[in-house]
Design a binder for this molecule. Sequence first.
Ligand SMILES: Cc1cc2nc3c(=O)[nH]c(=O)nc-3n(C[C@H](O)[C@H](O)[C@H](O)COP(=O)(O)OP(=O)(O)OC[C@H]3O[C@@H](n4cnc5c(N)ncnc54)[C@H](O)[C@@H]3O)c2cc1C
Length: 406
Amino acid sequence: MHEPRRTIPGQTIDSEIDVAVVGAGPVGGALACHLARGGRRVVVIDRAALPPMEHPDFDGRAYAIAAGNQRFLAEAGLWDGLPFTPCPIEQIRVSDGRPGRPPSPLFLHFDHAEANTGPFGWIVEARSLRIALNAALAATPGLTVFAPAAVQVQRQAEGANIEIAGGPRLAARLVVAAEGRASPLREAAGIPVTRIPYRQSGLVAAIAHERDHRNVALEHFLPGGPFAQLPMSGTEDAPHLSGIVFTERTATAERLHRLPDAAFTAEVARRLGHHLGAIRLVGKRWCYPLSAMHAARYFDTRLALVGDSAHGVHPIAGQGLNLGLRDAAVLAELILAGGDPGSEGLLRAYQAARRGPNLLMLAATDALDRLFSNDNPAIRLARDLGIAAVHRAPPLKRFFIRRAMG
Ligand SMILES: Cc1cc2nc3c(=O)[nH]c(=O)nc-3n(C[C@H](O)[C@H](O)[C@H](O)COP(=O)(O)OP(=O)(O)OC[C@H]3O[C@@H](n4cnc5c(N)ncnc54)[C@H](O)[C@@H]3O)c2cc1C
């Protein structure tokens, strides 16, 4: 049962809604679909047009979606709409090494069979998620999208006024900032942010390879930064396909990014090893400067921060989007339980549930980065022994498996 709606005194409004989500990225979009499917009246506003985000060609970018978030995306009506089959991650291999040399013999190997569950997660092409999102945003009853559109938000204790340029004036009980890292709503609320620069950049590409990846993901810790090979579903042109994400100091990453295809491919091969046979690049390659950040609070009057608006982690563990989707799942569950979606009690409960796990992941990925982006022989030995110890201790392995599954 919904509580009676309150109109903000002195304001003329066209419509009253439950939740206005600002930002139609994967986190805001999935949250909006989930809430609308749960019977809430939802509006989504994005400053950019949504169709161009679909990138018609394969572009090499992919997300690792943890098993818990797969369920959330399914409940939001997105999973079944993915146009390209996601690839399950059935095994994860973590090793330590140096480019051009075989991985350290001490490595961690996680097999989903040991956790007695389904896959650890799935690799989903970024454009596949975008196509499914755009289709669901257009088709979900109870949900209205304004994009491209500028929005002005005024928040008071009773509710928020949403003014969409060229569109209606709305009264919402809750505004969700899902605007990505540079969140104007977070800034307008005066919520401070702690930033950690990494002086590293991430290189992202996709490769076709000779041999089957057998749904194994590889995380290879190299002195310049981690290197990940993520198994993807093949295409007609490239039946054996993987995503590649690796980090290097920014000057090195920029130099690698500018290399001709053959030389760049040779650099990838040096880091990957030979287990997949000959490789070739598919699609584009990308280079992103990396940093981590965390908002001091996840809420303000009638405002909740989700996804990258609240936190950004090092991509070492591929957890950025996963944390955002967990935010969305927790906020959706609290809102759909009933009551006022923008009440201070609900927003406090949301923050209490999400700040701890997000901070833990931020600290863990930061520590991993410091531990692994290092060529000191003593640290190398200590971390190899640590890796071997986890490998021999089934309860510890299960702990890591559960965390990886979200
Ligand atoms: C190299 C790299 C690799 C990564 N790999 C992974 C991975 O494997 N797995 C993973 O989980 N995560 C990964 N991430 C992180 C992931 O990309 C982000 O965490 C995710 O995109 C955050 O989603 P979001 O919806 O919060 O924000 P965004 O994707 O940034 O979306 C924000 C949306 O808000 C809109 N917007 C912005 N400002 C306004 C405004 N003022 N008004 C209206 N709309 C606005 C934008 O147009 C955009 O549509 C990676 C990141 C990098 C850099």
